[in-house]
Design a protein. Structure first.
Length: 285
């Protein structure tokens, strides 16, 4: 049974509440990020057409969350899909709802890949104070992303993306992950989210305090942490973010092509293999 967008959003909200509970219990900082941050500031909840929810954590906090959450989650209800794990080759993590379906525009190479309703959990990494090294970090992240997407079964009609993904196929991933993360730059002035929600360099680099200083504001029926510099962060991401797009002018990304809150994704694996997934954006009319 297909779920409405609002039902889907409320399911994601359950996941967010679980992340918030664990982070509060263990003292792990996190923030709403990207479109979810925009929704919190402009709509006090989800952007009305958004089918996605994003949070961000500094890499040490992110890794601690991945360690701590396993022992705190109800395994019958929730599934923590960790980065670079056996059935999840991606460069970020997700918290999923068991027994649900949220199929994206992919044909998974691994049939055991969990495809339930999710919240994205992104890491923020140290950005070198050296300008040349910053660009190397960005390039390294692109190689990691390309290899991960190809292994996952990502679909694209862009010939340049296809060529780059193919060219990266035989390149070892570990040295590029290490370069992108730059653990030794723990006191650098800037952070990056190259493994986050934007593919552009200038929209993925921020002063450290933007992702380390937070306050709680209303998002739907609760109070959740956002950057204390949310105005600066949202302006960097979206420009005039408080002005909603005019009717008919917005084209927005569709993450989920099949959502079912009553049946597990296994029910749809055959259907998924047969789809061409040609529709990817919609317009607000």
């Amino acid at each position: 049974m297909s779920a409405s967008l609002r039902e889907h959003q409320l399911a994601m909200l359950e996941l967010l509440n679980e992340i918030d509970r664990i982070c509060a219990e263990k003292g792990i900082p996190y923030m709403l990020f990207a479109g979810s941050l925009l929704g919190a500031i402009r709509h006090h909840g989800f952007i009305p057409w958004d089918d996605d929810l994003d949070v961000v954590m500094l890499r040490p906090d992110y890794e601690r969350f991945l360690r701590e959450a396993d022992g705190l989650l109800n395994a019958e209800r929730f599934f923590l899909q960790k980065e670079f794990s056996t059935h999840w080759p991606m460069f970020f993590s997700k918290l999923r709802l068991n027994g649900t379906t949220c199929i994206e525009k992919v044909h998974p190479r691994d049939p055991q890949q969990h495809q339930g309703v999710y919240v994205d959990i992104f890491p923020a990494d140290n950005l070198s104070d050296n300008r040349a090294v910053r660009r190397l970090q960005f390039f390294a992240s692109k190689i990691v992303i390309a290899k991960s997407l190809r292994k996952r079964g990502y679909l694209t009609n862009d010939p340049k993306k296809k060529l780059f993904m193919s060219a990266c196929r035989l390149v070892p991933i570990k040295p590029f992950r290490k370069l992108a993360m730059r653990r030794k730059d723990g006191n650098s002035r800037m952070l990056h989210t190259f493994f986050g929600a934007s593919s552009r360099f200038e929209k993925s680099v921020y002063p450290r305090q933007w992702l380390t200083e937070s306050e709680r504001i209303r998002f739907e029926n609760g109070l959740f942490p956002v950057s204390s510099y949310h105005d600066e962060l949202l302006t960097a991401l979206y420009g005039d973010y408080m002005t909603p797009p005019a009717q008919g002018e917005l084209k927005y990304k569709i993450h989920a092509v099949k959502v079912d809150l009553e049946n597990s994704y296994e029910k749809y694996l055959g259907w998924q293999r047969e789809q061409r997934f040609t529709e990817y954006t919609r317009s607000i009319r």
